[in-house]
Design a protein around this ligand. Sequence first.
Ligand SMILES: C[S@@+](CC[C@H](N)C(=O)[O-])C[C@H]1O[C@@H](n2cnc3c(N)ncnc32)[C@H](O)[C@@H]1O
Length: 277
Amino acid sequence: MKPVFRTQLGRLYEADCMKVLPSLKSASIDTIFADPPFNLKKDYGGRADDDRSEEKYMTWCREWLRECERLLKPGGSFFVYNLPKWNIHIAPFLCELGLEFRHWIAIEHKSSLPIQGRLYPAHYSLLYFSKGKPSRFSRIRTPIETCRHCGGEIRDYGGHRHAMNPNGVNLKDIWTDIPPVRHRKFKSDKRAANALSTKLLERVIEISTHPGDLVLDPFGGSGTTFAVCEQRHRHWIGTEIESTQAIVERLTGDIDHHKNNDFIESDYEKIPRLAAE
Ligand SMILES: C[S@@+](CC[C@H](N)C(=O)[O-])C[C@H]1O[C@@H](n2cnc3c(N)ncnc32)[C@H](O)[C@@H]1O
């Protein structure tokens, strides 16, 4: 199958991922990031099916998960972003495939609605597995937390503040600092993709790859993974079943759009509340 778009670093296929992945070479990818539809009946444009029975959704997930495992190099990393409801089934399947569990990363989101009879859903799950011992792992540091009002530090680190690394603290497996995507006016009006924050992808790419490595994202959406790969000099392969026009525009368009997809803190209060997921 021919890519619909190429850059010096990457190639994009406008196709069902299950038509492309089987044609790629086994053990050829360093990191896979997958953000599939969550089976919430979203309309992505007519070709993607986001309304399957629970059984059919998991059967479909097992198909592409199996392909991804085949494509991963020994030492490669596999990230799957989904609702906890699905990732509790996906994680044991990845173990069955022989992958090694590294983390369940909880990504806080602040804009869901309460669900009657349930706890307030406030995180998405990001599974992080590797194929054997990871060949890449870069430790990320995050700034020491400060109060947004007075600027003072929030914690005293048990009296060991003086001994702390001035570059910040080790990244935890709870990420509370991932902003929602940018205001609608910065999103492409051509598609309703659930664009992720570039900050999320920057972390994934920084943790698990070096410049020159190859990243695969089977569910391209608005192209966040590919934009981050372009910026950080990683090779990439992407598939997207719906129109890829918005991805192509993003990758060829103005640098600001390319760089940052994230909401600015001062706009936060204006975000429309999302339907409960
Ligand atoms: C949740 S969105 C991904 C958003 C993306 N991470 C971003 O930041 O823009 C899921 C995407 O998967 C696409 N998709 C659904 N089924 C697909 C399939 N079988 N093959 C390829 N893409 C598919 C949908 O059209 C949708 O754009």
